[in-house]
Design a protein around this ligand. Structure first.
Ligand code: SDX
Length: 429
């Protein structure tokens, strides 16, 4: 990474600030010394123009609609590999050899069980608890069971915690689902691949053998690849900030799950499907597009728009194709897909969406596929969290191993009352 410098005028001072250049993408102005040299902070709520770290993991070109994992285009990874290959790539930076892939699959598979006392954890929840609430609690609770992998200064413990987290998310997610429908938990089976194992833990019952449908497994595995990582999005930044204090990885991932739950972020897939169900029929689409454009109406097209993508989200393209493939292969005709296609068509031709560069994002089509695979809407964001755990763990590890890493602690612009003295209650009006 090369560096040059820029001079800016702040008040009556000329300040020279280093410019850093990465592999691809915008340069950054290093403002680390701005306060010391000028007594002023920068101000950027939402971090629309602020880089929080250096990273080698994921790169997005929002204008071109490009997404690279360790330099590999998402389209090629989704088409040619499986989710654990992407997980290996995220964690180690290179695609695995056959031997490395087999060893990684073996190691992840043998961490899929959870401590049996975790079962009692679930008994404390109402059956109608949202599965994301259950996941936040149970993932955080993993640090109460695995004391031998919470010392983040020990590289071997960091690796065991990473494997445990990636391996146990499907088991906990399936348990969260089974608990809501009152069915017994299904244990993982070591002779199944990662995604098939998850499908069986979700949909098998003790009364009969469950055979995983390869169409389901392939589609869901591809969906996991698409959701694995996405630069410094809100939940990843949450994981990094939590990890910067030295918190254990299980607690950091629980914080990421909590952040992902929001409807502006990972909760959008659940919200998008509910929106399509509310629209109900293609003839109602215009009315909802008008609502989305109305400044006085809080309604937004869920699954549309993105902080970074000002072009079509490449994941949404693959998601749309996968949705059509799955519905065709399963012989399912879902009117919601017609609503989605019509909504996309109308929105992309509308001046409001064109001017604001609002395109479908990954959440716009994913819900239709997940519904076809048999998942309730309440599980959609859990599936997003399951996949994103790989990216969260890789970003957390990168942050821990970054020699320049320090605790994250933003400043503020204070606009509250100036100093004033206490007034005894008897003298207050
Ligand atoms: C994810 O960061 C990531 O990478 C996230 C993610 C990942 O993989 O981690 O990609 C996953 O979270 C995808 C986004 C899912 N969220 C949604 O689909 C919810 C609907 N979309 C939004 O609320 C919104 O688009 C955001 C939150 C995604 C992005 O918001 P920004 O970047 O803060 O942009 P903004 O809210 O300032 O919107 C810019 C303008 C505004 O109009 P003005 O105030 O300038 O007049 O566009 C409008 C917004 O009102 N707008 C929308 C809209 N999204 C933005 N108008 C109607 N419908 C929408 N969906």
């Amino acid at each position: 990474m090369s560096a040059s410098a820029s001079t800016i005028i702040v008040g009556d001072k000329n300040v020279e600030l280093p410019i850093k250049t990465g592999t691809i993408g915008p340069d950054v102005v290093d403002i680390g010394k701005l306060y010391a040299q000028t007594g002023k902070f920068t101000f950027d709520p939402g971090f629309t123009s602020t880089a929080s770290c250096e990273s080698k993991i994921t790169y997005i070109d929002g204008d071109e609609g490009v997404l690279l994992y360790r330099g590999y285009p998402i389209e090629q990874l989704a088409e040619n590999g499986d989710f654990l290959e992407t997980a290996y790539l995220m964690l180690f930076g290179e695609l695995p050899s056959s031997a490395q892939k087999a060893d990684f699959d073996y190691r992840v598979t043998r961490h899929t069980m959870v401590h049996d006392q975790m079962n009692r954890f679930f008994q404390g929840f109402r059956r109608d608890a949202h599965p994301m609430a259950v996941m936040v609690a149970c993932v955080g609770a993993l640090s109460a069971f695995y004391h031998d992998s919470t010392d983040i200064s020990d590289e071997s413990q960091r690796m065991i915690a990473s494997l445990r987290m990636i391996a146990k998310m499907p088991t906990l997610a399936a348990m969260a689902y089974k608990y809501t429908i009152g069915q017994p938990f299904v244990y993982p089976k070591n002779d199944l691949d990662y995604t098939s194992n998850f499908l069986r833990m979700c949909f098998a019952v003790p009364c009969e053998e469950y055979v995983v449908n390869p169409i389901y497994a392939r589609a869901l595995d591809k969906i996991f690849i698409l959701h694995a990582d996405h630069e410094q999005n809100a939940s990843t930044s949450t994981v990094r900030l939590a990890g910067s204090s030295g918190a254990n990885p299980f607690a950091c991932i629980a914080a990421g799950i909590a952040c992902l739950w929001g409807p502006a972020h990972g909760g959008a897939n659940e919200a998008a499907l509910k929106m399509l169900m509310e629209i109900g029929h293609p003839e109602n689409v215009q009315k909802y597009v008008a609502k989305a454009k109305d400044k006085n109406d809080p309604f937004r097209l869920m699954g549309f728009g993105h902080r970074v993508y000002k072009n079509y989200d490449p994941r949404a393209r693959i998601m749309q194709k996968t949705t059509h493939e799955v519905l065709n292969e399963l012989g399912i005709k879902d009117d919601l897909l017609e609503v989605a296609v019509q909504l996309e068509k109308i929105a992309l031709e509308d001046e409001y969406f064109i001017e604001k560069k609002l395109y479908p994002n990954i959440d716009f089509y994913s819900g239709i596929t997940l519904k076809a695979l048999g998942f309730p809407t309440s599980m959609f964001t859990v599936l997003f969290a399951l996949a994103r755990t790989v990216g969260w763990i890789a970003q957390w590890a990168e942050m821990i191993e970054d020699p320049s890493q320090k605790i994250g602690r933003p400043r503020q612009l204070y606009i509250g009352p100036d100093r004033r003295d206490y007034t005894p209650i008897g003298q207050r009006s």
